[in-house]
Design a protein around this ligand. Structure first.
Ligand code: 3PY
Ligand code: MG
Length: 263
């Protein structure tokens, strides 16, 4: 089976830079996959992406060096299994608040006896190789999103879930629940303490510590803070920023720091 390069990078202590797709386009996916990201995630939660678009995007990513990942809309096992069958090499699952939820998520990603993933690997075989069924349990990446107060409180139990590779902080949701304001780069003391707590627990337990960031600079700051899986903004944010910059440079005006998308 094709090796999951994300797991290799983590084992070799190289931070993973993960692109993020919210626009339902196989062409966007193909472009992003060729830019040097270690992985690119198709976002079926907040992205404008349905299963048919996700399938085409995973196919496009398959022809690039980036490892194809998905963020699912929720922890529904049928949805998780279907996206794995569509060739996703890893799943980021939002709003994991308890060990039971984490267990249900991981089980959906693992064939028996480790889990309850139903057999029908489909594109998994095409992308991964004919021995996919033998190695999928080891190669498929599982990241539980920590973005609720309860998830933060249960971080130790969540990280103890057998087969869970790590966590990915949703800083917008986490800051919203902790401070009342959604801000991915919040410097509120409660957020800083929460982030430090998750990073140190991950380090102790040798689990992946991931986080969504608003820019490359913010991602570098997170890596310096101990994260080893970072997303330096999504396609929408990058497209908006690149457009504003081009317009301002053409007009000889100042580049606005935020646009209609809020970033
Ligand atoms: C969050 O910041 O809450 C996220 O889910 C990032 O996409
Ligand atoms: Mg979120």
């Amino acid at each position: 089976m094709r090796v999951n390069k994300i797991k290799t990078a983590i084992a070799e202590h190289r931070p993973v830079i993960n692109g993020w797709l919210a626009i339902p386009s196989s062409y966007s996916a193909e472009i992003m996959g060729h830019q040097g990201y270690d992985a690119v995630t198709v976002d079926l939660q907040h992205g404008m992406i349905d299963f048919a678009s996700a399938l085409a995007m995973l196919q496009a990513l398959s022809a690039t060096p980036a490892v194809p990942l998905v963020r699912v809309a929720d922890d529904t096992p049928a949805q998780i299994m279907r996206l794995l069958d569509a060739g996703a090499y890893g799943v980021i699952c939002p709003m994991i608040s308890t060990a039971e939820q984490a267990q249900r998520f991981v089980s959906a990603c693992r064939y028996p006896p480790q889990g309850n993933r139903s057999f029908g690997p489909a594109r998994g075989l095409l992308y991964g190789g004919s021995d996919y069924p033998l190695h999928a349990n080891h190669e498929i990446l599982t990241l539980a999103m920590i973005e609720t107060r309860e998830g933060l409180a249960n971080i130790d139990a969540i990280l103890a879930t057998e087969g869970l590779d790590g966590v990915f902080i949703g800083p917008n949701d986490l800051s919203l629940t902790l401070t009342g304001t959604a801000s991915a780069e919040s410097t509120h003391p409660d957020m800083l303490a929460a982030i430090e707590r998750v990073v140190s627990r991950c380090r102790e337990k040798h689990k992946i510590a991931g986080i969504f960031c608003t820019s490359g600079t913010a991602a570098a700051h997170r890596i310096a803070g101990g994260f080893n899986f970072v997303t330096p903004a999504n396609d929408v944010m990058q497209l908006g920023r690149a457009s504003r910059e081009a317009i301002a440079l053409a007009r000889g005006t100042e580049i606005p720091t935020t646009g209609a998308s809020g970033y």
